[in-house]
Design a binder for this molecule. Structure first.
Ligand code: F0G
Length: 471
């Protein structure tokens, strides 16, 4: 146990802690590297943490996507995989779980979230139509744009301010949304793209009141509302904790109520569902479902597997049930909050309030002397790796990509480095090591310089771009 924790416990006599609602049955050894090895590795990776080999990483906080530890029940479910090409038993288990906990009528399985984003974008976006959303997500917006849509950010202004303490920074600004409806005409809006929580804003939630208001506005203008449900369980926990009238409700009930205000959803099962691969798309409209079922067989696989093995669907169906347990979600988000509290206590600039899946370091305040065009968040991720072998990722100007019209960098207000916490994988002691490394890099911040980009891919450049330090 860390010194920090002893101190807090001494100060709070009578305190009662919660702990994870599981114990560990199997472990995966980690490799520690030397500073010299890490210097070599980051150089070979072009200062891009996506290009590191995972064998060279100590604590991997690159993403919470597909990195969860599955339960013994899920592993047992893998053995019950019915690998029939059509009509697998596991597909029906998955359908049942989605209907029960998310409440949508018709299910289309996909290999992961972006497969679902592709299908919905192709089915409902017409060339030149606008797609308003509560801040963009990289793959979501790209699929909307590739289908001919024009993305418009309608999130509340507070979301772009890392220090603003609004409890629901994922909310849609109803004035911005209605103005867009009026200005462009409802027929020129493909749909409203709502994500809970908002990844790029720092894992910030949307309130129940907001989704109800957005629903009412969409009804008035005859516009559809689709949900990115990727981290909707985490969003539901924040509603339970922060929104009046929900304190006594189970997370599962909150989730279902929230979804009931939307016309359908897409899902990256690799997050909330506690699996390593998988996704889905679910809608209430039969005609749209028919079209999606036609598309899924072209791009993903038959409509009863969508790119997943039977065993993957079984693990996901079980993961859905585990994910909505209040004990699980309290421990999951509790671990993120624990790390966030340490960093806050030590005065390190992070996005506040702390979100559901990650800590986001505010690189603008961390490295105020590095201009945005010299990629401060990218450099911060590289420095953390160099210090301790911890892997984080850039969520700033590199992730934002280029404007398709002007070709210039998009320069987001938020210039962040994300430390994403995998579910059920690391302990509190790992979080202490992470916090201490961040603090070390922070103490040396003034000696750190920026980067220049030396290779830039056309799509989703953050995954494969290469950089060199500015001397
Ligand atoms: N929507 C959100 C909000 C996401 O965070 C992601 C993936 C996707 C959609 C796409 O899903 O990866 O299964 O194709 N986010 C990962 C991340 C990659 O690291 O944040 P996918």
């Amino acid at each position: 146990m860390s010194e920090h924790k002893f101190r807090t416990m001494g100060e709070q006599a009578g305190r009662r802690s919660w702990a994870e609602p599981w114990k560990i049955k199997m472990v995966e050894p980690l490799r520690m590297t030397t500073r010299a090895e890490r210097e070599q590795a980051i150089l070979e990776a072009g200062y891009n943490t996506f290009l590191l080999r995972s064998a060279d990483v100590y604590i991997d906080l690159l993403t919470d996507s597909g990195t969860s530890a599955m339960s013994d029940r899920q592993w047992a479910g893998m053995m019950l995989g019915d690998e029939a090409y059509a009509g697998s038993v596991n597909y029906y288990h998955l359908e049942e779980a989605v209907q029960e906990f998310y409440g949508y009528k018709y299910l289309v399985p996909t290999h992961q979230g972006r497969g679902a984003e592709h299908l919905i974008s192709q089915a409902v976006v017409k060339k030149g139509q606008y797609v308003p959303g509560n801040m963009y997500f990289t793959t979501t917006r790209l699929h909307q744009e590739m289908a001919g849509g024009i993305f418009v950010d309608v999130i509340i202004d507070e979301a772009h301010d890392p220090q603003n303490l609004h409890p629901f920074k994922g909310n849609i600004d109803l004035v911005k949304l209605e103005n867009l409806f009026k200005e462009k005409g409802a027929s020129n809006i493909a749909y409203v793209s709502l994500a809970g929580t908002v990844n790029m804003a720092g894992g910030q939630p949307v309130s129940m009141a907001n989704v109800k208001d957005v629903r009412a506005l969409c009804d008035r203008y005859g516009v559809k509302l689709y949900l990115d449900a990727t981290r909707m369980v985490e969003n539901s926990y924040f509603i339970q904790q922060r929104e009046e009238g929900y304190g006594d409700k189970p997370v599962a009930d909150i989730l279902r109520e929230f979804c009931s205000y939307t016309d359908g959803a897409w899902m990256s099962g690799k997050k909330d569902h506690l699996v390593n691969i998988g996704g889905w798309l679910a809608v209430n409209d039969w005609d749209l479902f028919e079209e999606l079922r036609n598309l899924v067989v072209v791009y993903e696989g038959l409509h009863t597997y969508g790119g997943m093995a039977g065993r993957d669907m079984e693990a996901m169906a079980i993961g859905i049930r585990e994910s909505v347990s209040d004990d699980h979600i309290r421990a999951r988000i509790g671990q993120v909050l624990y790390l966030g509290q340490l960093l806050t206590d030590w005065g390190i600039p992070i996005v506040q309030p702390v979100g559901g899946h990650a800590i986001f370091l505010d690189a603008r305040r961390f490295y105020p002397h590095i201009p945005q065009d010299e990629f401060p968040s990218q450099m911060l991720a590289a420095q953390l790796y160099l210090d301790s072998g911890i892997r984080s990722m850039e969520r700033g100007i590199v992730s934002a990509g280029r404007d398709p019209q002007t070709g210039d960098h998009r320069r987001p207000k938020l210039e962040l480095t994300r430390l994403t916490i995998p579910r059920r994988v690391y302990t509190e002691a790992h979080m202490d090591v992470v916090a201490e490394s961040i603090n070390e890099v922070y103490q040396k911040r003034e000696q750190t310089k920026g980067l220049k980009m030396v290779y830039e891919p056309q799509y989703l450049r953050f995954f494969q771009a290469r950089f060199e330090p500015i001397q």
